[in-house]
Design a protein around this ligand. Structure first.
Ligand code: XIL
Length: 333
């Protein structure tokens, strides 16, 4: 553990070093008309000295990595616990950061009680109570909600979930969210759909049909959990984004990280990682409807894929080549 993690002096040294490493990403992003975000674990705001200052300096958007998931908010049926989510919202407001809410309907990180057997009308009541309570609590404070997350499986079909007893749960969730906060923009979010392919086709058809039915959906989130083998050009990512844009949807990159595993020296892999961050940001900047570019965490120390060093700050919160690549890309005309 490096010394600075503990002391005020160490923290000052880090912030001074960051100040010398160029303008904060959020400042540059603002000039380009986009938001640059990070997923946040509010407990780290209390536990780790460097976490809050770096988050506040670099990012103008935050998203809850876990604390707004169903299992975190409604551990027992009908009982809501907003303490950690509130901490995040307060931090964001203090630091003038836009908030993405994540996520209202997902097949993972559900509380155990959700796996009970429920009738259609019980599930209707459960879904509407959850969405009304959660979206209602933060009405006017959360700009974007991931309403439905990962509903399409890797086989390009709808996944089986506890919500299935309500066959129209997807559109119902969007309508409930719209009712609870008419100003929040509502998103469908998924992984493995960055490029053209069967999964992205299935999502495209789903969202197109929702739009045609008048379901209130405003955008699509591409998670972008990538590794060095991903080639945006080969996957025809720009083309893919463009077809969603033509549906009238706003586009967000919602959870980007890039695993550092693969051949080559560490230095080569760090360069390749930087290039991939740069390429995805460039695709976003060139797509007029792409408004948000979010990383799934701040430093490698706390990433959900920590072992593969996927983020732009290393475990000591030092900027990696990927950080400088984003900085440069945002500065390019
Ligand atoms: C992950 C979190 O980062 C982990 O801390 C947690 O243990 C599991 O979930 N897609 C999503 C995110 O939409 O919510 C997931 O977050 C990563 C994949």
């Amino acid at each position: 553990m490096p010394l600075w993690r503990y002391g005020v002096l160490g923290l000052c040294a880090l912030m001074m070093a960051l100040a010398q490493s160029g303008p904060p990403l959020r400042e540059l992003a603002e000039r380009r008309g986009i938001l640059v975000g990070a997923a946040v674990e509010p407990s780290l705001l209390l536990q780790e000295a460097a976490y809050g200052p770096v988050l506040a300096r670099e990012f103008n958007l935050v998203v809850a990595e876990n604390v707004m998931k169903w299992g975190a908010l409604q551990t027992s049926r009908g009982q809501f616990n907003f303490a950690a989510a509130d901490l995040l919202v307060n931090f964001a407001q203090k630091h003038k950061q836009v908030i993405r809410g994540h996520t209202l309907v997902w097949h993972q990180q559900l509380p155990r009680w959700m796996y009970g057997s429920f009738s259609r009308s019980e599930m209707e009541a459960i879904l509407s109570q959850h969405i009304r309570t959660v979206v209602g609590r933060y009405k006017g404070q959360i700009a974007y909600w991931d309403v439905v997350n990962e509903a399409i499986g890797d086989d390009a079909r709808l996944r089986a979930t506890p919500f299935d007893v309500l066959p129209d749960y997807i559109e119902r969730a969007f309508r409930l969210a719209r009712e609870a906060d008419p100003k929040a923009k509502l998103f469908y979010n998924d992984y493995g759909a960055e490029g053209l392919g069967p999964k992205s086709d299935a999502i495209y058809s789903l969202l197109k049909s929702l739009k045609e039915k008048g379901v209130p959906i405003d955008g699509i989130g591409f998670q972008a959990h990538l590794d060095l083998g991903f080639s945006p050009q080969q996957a025809r990512m720009a083309e893919n984004l463009e077809r969603f844009a033509r549906l009238g949807l706003e586009i967000h990159i919602t959870e980007m990280d890039v695993r550092l595993t693969g051949p080559g020296t560490k230095a080569e892999r760090l360069q390749a990682q930087a290039r991939l961050y740069q390429e995805i940001l460039q695709i976003c900047l060139r797509q007029p409807r792409c408004k948000v570019f979010t990383l799934w965490g701040v430093s490698d120390a706390h990433s959900w894929r920590a072992a593969s060093e996927p983020l732009i700050f290393d475990v000591d919160y030092q900027p990696k080549p990927a950080y400088f690549a984003l900085q440069r890309t945002l500065q390019q005309p």
